[in-house]
Design a protein around this ligand. Structure first.
Ligand code: SF4
Length: 443
């Protein structure tokens, strides 16, 4: 049976529908309107109704895929302006500018920053290839940077050079960031032909709106908006206005992810670029381009991003396990604390500073801090003993000294009962005292 439009509301199955799992069509319709179930779950809708409803219930901001396989990323798809309203959907990505004259040095620098923090890989996800007027040199640049595990952005307003570059890299799904008020027809035709996302820029926000509307009228909705502008003030105003228009005013002409070129806004001033990148991580750059990325830039930026793009209601946790610090081995003492990420980084950082080899035992404490975990029953003598057993600590480590967090000194007696072969001692109350404590520790 093929139903059209609102006819679905007339159906009222007595038990949950086999197809969509809802007791009534109305229940399904309410969930579909909130975006919590896809419209396609009801097989009785006509294709026409499905298309109309999908459009009406789609997020106010387009979600796009760039790159392929292990380099694939999703950008956009945001539904709220503030992270306290709802968790953001797609974390922003960082790119580094590369040109023909600096490619070797920049690739080394980009590959140098690559680390993991709380289960997330921190690295430069995109390379922004700056076109400097020489088509052959640009194609060579594409060849050198393709297959480096990063998505390419072709920062190029020359249609001829962009075509030559895409002949080489279109299969890797780069972003063609080159459409403007003058060339949008040719650039759009090229992006559609090569099936890549098109970046749109214009002299001001009004011209950007008009240009996007014209490209949409040509049938392309795979767009990112370069909102950089000519000054920091303009870039910030553009970024905020575009996102507010999309999310608050539901104006889909601006309902696309954005690119901000911090390298262009603060040329040669990497500290200012880092400050700008942090501002645009908050509001509202989907892709932020930097002139370079060293650990000095990456550590604060990626840490900020991880905080902004995770659910504020869920504490960040590290994986339970045995973490050897300062080259600890089976003869080194053990020290335990909770899996709350902030606690882990404070404690492990101070242990590293002490220079003393220690096996840090992280048990599953629900992501709470020490006292909260203890109060919630997530950190107890039983949980510590359970961890020792489950992670086979007694076979992996010969040393039988276990140091408990100072704030749960009260557990000492119970832990001694559960682990009779261990010598249980108590660490200081605050992480700041750890270095002195471990340097003077005699066991
Ligand atoms: Fe109604 Fe369609 Fe859900 Fe069946 S699958 S209950 S017909 S909405």
């Amino acid at each position: 049976m093929a139903l059209k439009g609102l006819d679905i509301f007339k159906l009222t199955p007595k038990t949950n529908c086999k197809e969509c799992g809802n007791p009534t069509c109305m229940a399904f319709a309410m969930k579909a309107a909130q975006g919590s179930v896809p419209i396609e779950k009801c097989p009785y809708l006509s294709d026409d109704a499905k298309a109309k409803l999908s459009e009406a219930t789609a997020p106010p901001m387009k979600s796009l895929k760039i790159g392929v396989n292990e380099t694939e990323h999703t950008i956009g798809g945001e539904t709220v302006l503030f992270r306290h309203d709802k968790t953001f959907v797609s974390k922003n990505l960082y790119a580094v500018n590369v040109c023909a004259s600096c490619v070797d040095e920049k690739l080394k620098e980009i590959e140098n920053v690559d680390y993991e923090r709380i289960g997330e890989r921190m690295y430069v996800e995109l390379i922004n290839l700056v076109y400097e007027g020489d088509k052959d040199a640009y194609v060579e640049l594409v060849n050198k940077t393709l297959n480096k595990g990063r998505v390419l952005i072709l920062d190029c307003e020359c249609v001829d050079a962009a075509r030559a570059a895409l002949d080489v890299c279109a299969d890797a799904k780069p972003i063609l960031n080159g459409a403007n008020e003058e060339n949008y027809e040719q650039m759009n035709a090229l992006a559609v032909e090569k099936k890549v996302v098109l970046g749109v820029r214009a002299k001001d926000i009004d011209a950007l709106y008009d240009t996007v509307a014209k490209i949409e009228a040509l049938g392309n909705k795979e767009l990112v908006l370069d909102v950089t502008g000519s000054s920091i003030k303009e870039a910030f105003a553009n970024a905020v206005q575009v996102r507010r228009a999309a999310i608050k005013d539901k104006d889909r002409t601006f309902g696309y992810p954005s690119i901000i070129n911090a390298a262009a806004l603060a040329k040669d001033d990497i500290n200012m670029q880092t400050a700008l990148a942090s501002v645009f991580t908050l509001k509202y750059g989907s892709i932020i381009i930097m002139q370079s990325m060293s650990y000095a830039q990456a550590l604060p930026l990626y840490g900020l991003r991880q905080n902004i793009y995770t659910d504020p209601q869920k504490p960040m946790k590290v994986e339970p396990g045995i973490y050897p610090i300062n080259g600890a081995d089976e003869n080194s003492v053990c020290c335990t604390t909770v899996d709350f990420a902030l606690t882990y980084f404070l404690v492990s950082g101070e242990l590293e500073r002490s220079g003393v080899p220690v096996n840090l035992l992280i048990s599953d404490s629900g992501g709470y801090s020490v006292l909260t975990a203890w109060a919630a029953g997530k950190l107890s003598a039983s949980s510590i003993a359970k961890f020792i057993k489950e992670f086979d600590v007694e076979n992996k480590i010969k040393n039988r000294v276990l140091i408990l967090p100072g704030k749960v000194a009260v557990l000492k007696g119970e832990v001694e009962e559960k682990l009779p072969d261990w010598k249980i001692i108590i660490a200081p109350n605050e992480a700041v005292s750890i270095v002195k404590y471990f340097k003077e520790l005699e066991v």
